[in-house]
Design a protein around this ligand. Structure first.
Ligand SMILES: Cc1cc2nc3c(=O)[nH]c(=O)nc-3n(C[C@H](O)[C@H](O)[C@H](O)COP(=O)(O)O)c2cc1C
Length: 177
């Protein structure tokens, strides 16, 4: 059998594997940056797009990081804060790979993302974090997530502050690994 045959066989198998992998692209976003990356990842992978929606939406006053009494400051200062979620519930049994996207808040993921992870059983699932930020890296937030949820099979996370094209390529590549 020629090398060409072998290659096309494995390409076909790869396509089949991708089709059988059920992908969720869950994201939290307040000002649209992470949402736009999440949409690109969903488009590139065929994954179901899911917005992590807090029961009470964040106002711009809530997001004021310069105000130590703003909602986001109070929540991020409290390790145990788990803001309640609204929105539609999902059946996590339908998915085996979950992208989770969020803006970096105080070098971490926003607390509603913790609520989401704790609400749905992600143990044994492949979870791939991605984030946007004003400049901070994703590293500390991923380190924290791995520490809090060791039962999850975490893949390396990526920050996307420069457009969504890169995110599409990365997402397609990471699901075949
Ligand atoms: C409460 C709060 C805290 C933030 N903390 C950080 C931070 O520690 N480092 C950083 O680079 N950006 C920080 N940012 C900026 C956001 O990560 C950035 O604007 C992000 O792209 C917003 O995503 P979104 O549009 O999906 O909500 C913070 C923003 C807010 C509202």
């Amino acid at each position: 059998m020629s090398l060409f045959c072998l290659n096309s066989q494995s390409d076909a198998q790869q396509k089949k594997d991708n089709a059988e992998t059920k992908i969720l692209v869950a994201y939290f976003s307040c000002t649209g940056n992470t949402e736009s990356v999440a949409k690109s990842i969903s488009k590139a992978t065929g994954g179901t797009l899911y917005r992590i929606t807090p029961k009470k939406a964040y106002s711009s006053a809530d997001l004021d990081w310069r105000d130590k009494n703003s909602r986001s400051s109070i929540e991020m200062n409290d390790d145990n804060s788990r803001p309640e979620l609204g929105g539609e519930a999902i059946d996590m049994n339908d998915y085996d790979t979950v992208f989770i996207g969020y803006p970096i808040w105080w070098d971490l993921c926003p607390r509603p993302v913790n609520t989401f992870i704790e609400k749905y059983n992600l143990s044994g699932k492949t979870v791939i974090p991605f984030a946007t930020s004003g400049g901070s890296s994703i590293n500390n937030s991923v380190k924290q997530l791995k520490k809090l949820y060791p039962e999850v099979d975490w893949k390396e996370g990526r920050l996307f502050n420069r457009g969504s094209k890169q995110a599409e390529e990365w997402a397609k590549q990471i699901i075949t690994k």
